[in-house]
Ligand binder design. Structure first.
Ligand SMILES: *[C@@H]1O[C@H](CO)[C@@H](O)[C@H](O)[C@H]1NC(C)=O
Ligand SMILES: *[C@@H]1O[C@H](CO)[C@@H](O)[C@H](O)[C@H]1NC(C)=O
Ligand SMILES: *[C@@H]1O[C@H](CO)[C@@H](O)[C@H](O)[C@H]1NC(C)=O
Length: 189
């Protein structure tokens, strides 16, 4: 075969390959658009033409039960608030401490299911301070509960604890000028 014909044949092959590729690409893009449009309805969100319909109830999340081990000075109150709002939104029961435990689950005693107010049992959400006891929590919370906590870098957390509790904790109250430097001084104070 003359080289010019060979080159022509190659060019035709490349063209048809390119065409097939383009066709496949076009089809998958179209199917993706139709699919996504139906599933996630991003189109009306991107181009809102009218007000979205009001939802009777919010979409059901994957997990509805959560036990949050709230620790001190780790942004736990922020997360607790988020969880309380989540519970309110989804009409969930929140475990609240028994009045004799005050606002924490009788901290620093090891957690017991008896520390939970009977009117808030069985709970879906638990997010107040407690000292972790796995068996007691597992007995209280429904199966499939998600357990969450927050860990903070220890030195930063201690600094925060020291400032927060310096008039409360006896060991900190003794420190002159509530000074962390004085507390940490190797010669003592
Ligand atoms: C919320 O939950 C309570 C108790 O679980 C139930 O009696 C009440 O009907 C629920 N309300 C809504 C709006 O779902
Ligand atoms: C509290 O829990 C810790 C850790 O499980 C355990 O070592 C300790 O003995 C418990 N204290 C009491 C009073 O039960
Ligand atoms: C406490 O503060 C006072 C006034 O700022 C200062 O004179 C004193 O040296 C401080 N004492 C210590 C132990 O840091």
């Amino acid at each position: 075969m003359p080289p010019i014909l060979q080159r022509l044949q190659q060019a035709t092959k490349m063209m048809s390959r390119r065409k097939i590729l383009l066709l496949v690409l076009g089809c998958s893009t179209l199917s993706l658009l139709i699919h996504q449009g139906a599933q996630l309805s991003w189109y009306p969100r991107l181009f809102p033409l009218s007000c979205p319909p009001l939802q009777d109830s919010p979409p059901r999340p994957k997990h509805m039960t959560v036990a949050f081990l709230k620790t001190h000075k780790t942004a736990g109150t922020t997360v607790q608030n988020i969880l309380f709002r989540f519970a309110e939104r989804h009409n969930l029961t929140v475990a609240l401490p028994h009045p004799r435990c005050e606002h924490q689950f009788c901290y620093p005693r090891n957690f017991s299911a008896h520390f939970v107010h009977p009117a808030t049992r069985p709970p879906h959400v638990l997010a107040s301070h407690l000292r972790f006891d796995r068996a007691e929590l597992e007995g209280l919370m429904p199966p499939g509960t998600v357990y969450v906590t927050i860990l903070r870098e220890p030195a930063a957390m201690f600094e925060s604890l020291f400032t927060y509790y310096n008039q409360y904790c006896p060991a900190f109250r003794r420190v002159p000028n509530a000074s962390l430097e004085a507390f940490c001084a190797p010669q003592g104070y």
